[in-house]
Write a protein that binds this ligand. Structure first.
Ligand SMILES: Cc1cc2nc3c(=O)[nH]c(=O)nc-3n(C[C@H](O)[C@H](O)[C@H](O)COP(=O)(O)O)c2cc1C
Length: 304
């Protein structure tokens, strides 16, 4: 396919200079080489790797995903190879690809996050995104992103050891998004990603001999079903921060991209849509350029 226009779609996220605002979301695009057969990955603004932990994680047993109306519930459980294998096996491949990439990191304690950030710094990784939906094992398994003090301390400690672009990915499962957004900016984040999946549950009932048998799957909901939640979240945090916001949640069509930009997102991540439309992210770059041309705009900055 390739870029069909030469409109300026560039956007800066911290020190990262992206050629366009279309980024693929963590956990839905592997380490990028999985998508080489579908698209020219270098046409994207950036890619975010799947969540990486200090040690390899096996993830949860099957079933791990469940289709629901307009969305997907996943309970993958962060299966990944661990940072050391990532650096050895995947980082050299990513570096050859001529793309901007962001490493999504996940820890079960503050020390783990700080170690991951330090390793990223030592290996000149340009940008990290903090998955703040992870449970803090030391503090009773409450998500890091849910407690203001824990969140502030975590982001500040990471900022102390990491000089690249630091992106805080907020959980949507909170009552005061604006307060959390303000805190991460104050703690030194260069940008905010919003939102991670929404806590959800699927129930299937089977009737056997006049008795209902219930099977449940609990996990994180993604896809078009969460777009209204994400738009509302971004609309709420935009007035209180001046750092860039990377919006996501069900983005599938260029209309979705425009809606997120209109409420204050500066860049977008495409997640679940990659599973059903593996070429979608590249398509969105083209479609966005065409919308600008149709509306006589020379750059993204003129759009809203
Ligand atoms: C299968 C799957 C795996 C995911 N893994 C991660 C992950 O490792 N780290 C993370 O921060 N977010 C992860 N996410 C969340 C997405 O990056 C994104 O925030 C969310 O799905 C909302 O975007 P979407 O509706 O476009 O999918 C995952 C989502 C899915 C569907």
């Amino acid at each position: 396919m390739g870029l069909k226009h030469n409109i300026d779609l560039s956007v800066n996220i911290g020190k990262l200079k992206l050629k366009n605002p279309i980024i693929t979301a963590s956990g839905t695009f592997g380490y990028a080489d999985e998508f080489d057969e579908y698209i020219d990955v270098s046409s994207l603004g950036a890619i975010v790797t799947k969540g990486i932990t200090l040690e390899p994680w096996k993830g949860n047993p099957q079933p791990r995903v469940q289709d629901v109306n307009n969305g997907l519930i996943n309970r993958i459980g962060l299966e990944n190879m661990g940072i050391y294998s990532f650096i050895e096996q995947k980082l050299p491949i990513l570096r050859k690809k001529n793309i901007s990439f962001i490493i999504n990191i996940a820890g079960s304690s503050e020390e783990e996050y700080v170690k991951l950030a330090k390793i990223s710094q030592d290996n000149s990784i340009e940008a990290i995104e903090l998955n703040l939906s992870c449970p803090n094992v030391k503090q009773g398994c409450l998500e890091f992103g849910k407690d203001p003090d824990t969140l502030y301390r975590l982001v500040s400690s990471i900022r102390e050891v990491y000089q690249g672009t630091l992106i805080a990915k907020l959980t949507s499962n909170i009552s005061y998004p604006a307060q959390m957004a303000e805190l991460v900016q104050k703690a030194g984040a260069d940008a905010i990603s919003a939102i991670n999946t929404v806590k959800a549950m699927h129930v299937s009932l089977n009737c056997n001999n006049n008795k209902f048998e219930k099977t449940i799957i609990q996990g994180g909901l993604s896809g078009p079903a969460i777009k209204p939640i994400s738009l509302s979240f971004i609309n709420e945090i935009r007035p209180v921060v001046d750092i860039p916001i990377i919006g996501m949640g069900g983005i599938t069509y260029v209309q979705d991209v425009l809606e997120f930009l209109s409420v204050g997102a500066n860049a977008l991540q495409i997640g679940t849509a990659n599973f059903t439309h593996p070429t979608i992210s590249e398509q969105l770059v083209d479609d966005l350029g065409e919308i600008l041309i149709k509306n006589n705009k020379k750059s993204l900055k003129e759009m809203f």
